[in-house]
Design a protein around this ligand. Structure first.
Ligand SMILES: [Zn+2]
Length: 305
């Protein structure tokens, strides 16, 4: 499998300026992705921080989070249409588990074309950067942006959802008073309602709250276990398995098309959304620190199950 496509600073600038708008229907919202990437960047060691700075275009002034939503913005462009299946995993309805060999393929059955396969692939591409033997077949800036985005997506529980409802996208419902769907509730509605209700609509304050829980709050003793990773294949399998488990226990639970979701659903699911954003950020930092620090994430003996 070869994921190689060029990206020009012009195209990125074009998008960042908002000239082209693509609605994001299958991803953490831009807010979720930006928070994941900000959390990650704050946890980078000097070597990884330097490599990230070198790979980012100048106009983002070293801010990875400014481009973390880029893969959603280009996925419908002809040039990047091949990346569209890489944002999610469809698992068998109500199986509530993930098996790489069974589930990681695109709708036509092409192997490795799912978010777990994409993270493995782009991690592998970035591992060529460290030794100064950068493989010219790969665009390292693009690999960094895809990896950063997909580490967010794999932690959004409904990105590892059921096949027949497209990860909740076809489960139409109401979020408080307006129309939405179950996938979008997890991508964006919960985050925006939290920002409005508790943080004066300031996403930065929500993000700071998540980071506070990491440094000296409820998750500080969990950090070491979140970072545990003996090899990227087994780790992405674990992240995807966590997501479908949460999707079953919290996402789909007691929800049917036509329902109205409000306070009860919001209050019980918000802590999960915050934790998954935090985990995505911590684990993205772990992978970037390893690949740019020269520590391999390859497994020789682990075969994806
Ligand atoms: Zn996405």
């Amino acid at each position: 499998m070869l994921f190689l496509r060029g990206i020009s600073a012009y195209f990125v600038a074009f998008l960042v300026c908002g000239v082209v708008y693509e609605p994001c229907v299958l991803a953490w919202s831009k807010e979720g992705h930006a928070m994941t990437c900000k959390i990650a960047q704050d946890l980078l060691e000097p070597e990884a921080q330097h490599s990230v700075q070198m790979l980012l275009p100048d106009y983002v002034k070293g801010d990875l989070s400014a481009l973390c939503v880029w893969p959603d913005q280009v996925r419908h462009w002809y040039r990047y249409r091949w990346t569209s299946p890489l944002h999610f995993i469809d698992t068998p309805d109500r199986a509530c588990n993930f098996k790489y060999q069974r589930d990681c393929h695109d709708p036509k059955g092409v192997k490795d074309m799912c978010v777990a396969g994409a993270i493995r692939n782009f991690t592998d591409q970035l591992s060529h950067y460290h030794h100064g033997t950068s493989d010219r077949r790969y665009n390292m800036t693009e690999a960094l942006l895809f990896l950063s985005h997909f580490m967010g997506d794999i932690h959004q529980p409904m990105h590892v959802g059921f096949t027949s409802d497209e990860g909740g996208n076809t489960v139409d419902l109401r979020w408080f008073r307006h129309k939405s769907n179950l996938h979008h509730v997890w991508d964006r509605e919960i985050i925006l309602t939290a920002a409005a209700d508790y943080y004066g609509k300031d996403i930065n304050l929500l993000q700071q709250d998540i980071q506070g829980n990491l440094t000296d709050g409820i998750w500080s003793s969990d950090l070491a276990s979140w970072r545990e990773c003996s090899g990227i294949s087994s780790c992405v399998n674990k992240y995807a398995a966590e997501s479908i488990d949460l999707a079953c226990k919290w996402g789909y639970k007691d929800v049917e098309s036509g329902d109205t979701l409000s306070d009860d659903y919001f209050n019980s699911r918000l802590p999960i959304v915050m934790k998954r954003i935090a985990q995505g950020g911590v684990r993205l930092a772990m992978v970037l620190n390893r690949v740019f620090g020269g520590h391999s994430l390859h497994e020789d003996s682990v075969v994806p199950i």
